[in-house]
Ligand binder design. Sequence first.
Ligand code: COA
Length: 158
Amino acid sequence: MTKRKAPAESSVEENVYKVFPNDLNSEYTVFGGLVMGLCDRTALIVAERHSGHTCVTAAVDSLNFLSPARAGETLIVKAAVNRSWRSSMEIGVHVAAENSHSGESRHVVSAYLTFVALDERGKPTSVPEVMPRSKTEKRRFEEAQSRRDQRLANRSPG
Ligand SMILES: CC(C)(COP(=O)(O)OP(=O)(O)OC[C@H]1O[C@@H](n2cnc3c(N)ncnc32)[C@H](O)[C@@H]1OP(=O)(O)O)[C@@H](O)C(=O)NCCC(=O)NCCS
């Protein structure tokens, strides 16, 4: 039987990545693909912790780059499961750029990623329900349903 799990059981509180010059684009700000990869990898850990299965990225939506990150800064990635359905899970990711000398930080990226848990044969398999506890978790849980409806409506026909 699939048990219910709280977001705190699978969340990543602080995945840190120190930016060096080889992470930059031609504008000398952090290459967006690196940040996207960090989001994907961190969210994957949350999905695998929550489901207990190998997971694949099914969709990425609302990935907004709000501010550039620069060499010498530290990227701090936080991720948590917002809601799950039968085999899929929405993971919310927040990335901040920190000046680790002063402690100042600013919001760089927010994103929602959907992962699907797979069984041993590579087929979608059921995952635990999300049991939101805090007010914020409850709000994220409620809002996730309309995002799912929207992304499934936008899903291109195979
Ligand atoms: C994601 C994948 C496993 C879904 O398989 P499928 O045969 O379409 O399976 P289903 O139609 O039964 O869907 C399974 C779940 O995925 C969800 N899903 C599939 N595509 C989705 C999308 N674009 N957005 C959100 N959810 C999606 C379905 O809603 C369903 O969720 P539920 O079980 O919680 O209701 C399959 O499309 C796949 O393997 N895609 C490639 C994944 C990959 O390689 N990712 C790495 C990127 S390189």
